[in-house]
Design a protein around this ligand. Structure first.
Ligand SMILES: [Zn+2]
Length: 316
């Protein structure tokens, strides 16, 4: 027997929402936090059966290493001007195949015309984007026989251009977006003073969609798929926790760029909206990873990315 959510967010009234989780028998337990999933098949796993994860390779960015991990190159008295390190970082989206909810797409990659003027020139210099034809989101989806119209549910980790650039393909979809990140994005792209934002692209964050569901707290999107708030990188990032048959996977997206940021000790990236929230969010992921014995899938870690199974292969 295993408690499904040992947190203050676990209430008995969640019971009814989850009582039809496939083979799982749900029970209410007063001496725990309310919701208990009893594995009828033995073991303590909590996965909803039949969920698949496909990792969609969206190409890569290049940038100074100090953006990923602050103070990667630091001058000293004997080496006052060390050369900066220019690195390659992967970008990807996650497609979840869910037996009840259908296709759920987590993030959408960069806009195909990013380097053809869709991104401001300054951003193209700081974070140039590269991709092969096959790495375009539509072609990644096609590799598993999916077209954008098949996908009715999008979860955006946040509105930055390497995550929200493919939103234009999903104007028919329900989009889950953090209220705080959405508001911040709108504020930046509509500000008249100063230089235009390079952190958010106006056309990305103004993409008309069927409906935007503003997320302010952790919730369960579908049995076995949780959406969690991880503020810090921006006012808020939506991470996802997916319980598969073979184990649990946590995608914190830009709340944790790389294994070096995760630590311990935690290392801040070069730009952070709120460093204290950032640290709390990393510890929240660490706590969830421990609770579920989960694997943490970092957002932009080339070494780890090279170990991922990529679409059309999948995790289940
Ligand atoms: Zn990113």
């Amino acid at each position: 027997m295993h408690c499904y959510k040992k947190s203050e967010r676990c209430y008995p009234d969640k019971y009814n929402e989850l009582e039809h989780v496939g083979k799982w028998k749900l029970q209410y337990s007063k001496n725990q936090c309310g919701l208990v999933m009893d594995d009828l098949g033995g073991g303590n796993k909590m996965q909803a059966h039949g969920i698949r994860i496909y990792i969609l390779d969206n190409g890569w960015l290049e940038c100074d290493a100090n953006w990923m991990v602050a103070n990667t190159t630091v001058g000293t008295a004997v080496n006052p001007n060390p050369p900066s390190k220019w690195i390659k970082i992967p970008t990807y989206a996650v497609l979840i195949g869910h037996p009840q909810k259908g296709w759920i797409l987590y993030d959408t990659g960069s806009h195909p015309d990013a380097m053809k003027g869709y991104w401001p020139a300054e951003r193209q210099l700081l974070f140039p984007y590269y991709h092969t034809e096959q790495q375009l989101l539509v072609n990644q989806l096609a590799s598993i026989g999916v077209v954008p119209n098949d996908i009715k549910t999008i979860v955006l980790s946040h509105g930055h251009p390497d995550h929200a650039g493919g939103l234009f393909l999903f104007k028919h979809a329900d989009v889950y977006w953090s209220r705080a990140d959405f508001d911040y994005a709108q504020e930046l792209v509509h500000a008249q003073a100063g230089t235009p934002s390079i952190d958010y692209i106006k056309a990305d964050v103004e993409t008309p969609v069927k409906s935007i569901h503003y997320v302010t707290k952790d919730f369960e999107l579908a049995p076995g798929v949780e959406v969690i708030n991880l503020p810090g990188h921006t006012p808020d990032i939506l991470g996802i926790v997916v319980h598969l048959q073979t184990g649990t996977y946590i995608f914190p997206m830009d709340a944790i760029y790389t294994a070096r940021n995760y630590g311990p000790p935690v290392r801040l990236p070069g730009v952070v909206y709120d460093s204290l929230s950032f640290l709390d969010s990393v510890e929240k992921v660490r706590e969830l990873a421990k609770r579920y014995n989960a694997k943490v899938m970092f957002a932009h870690d080339l070494d780890q990315f090279e170990t991922f199974k990529l679409a059309p292969d999948f995790y289940e």
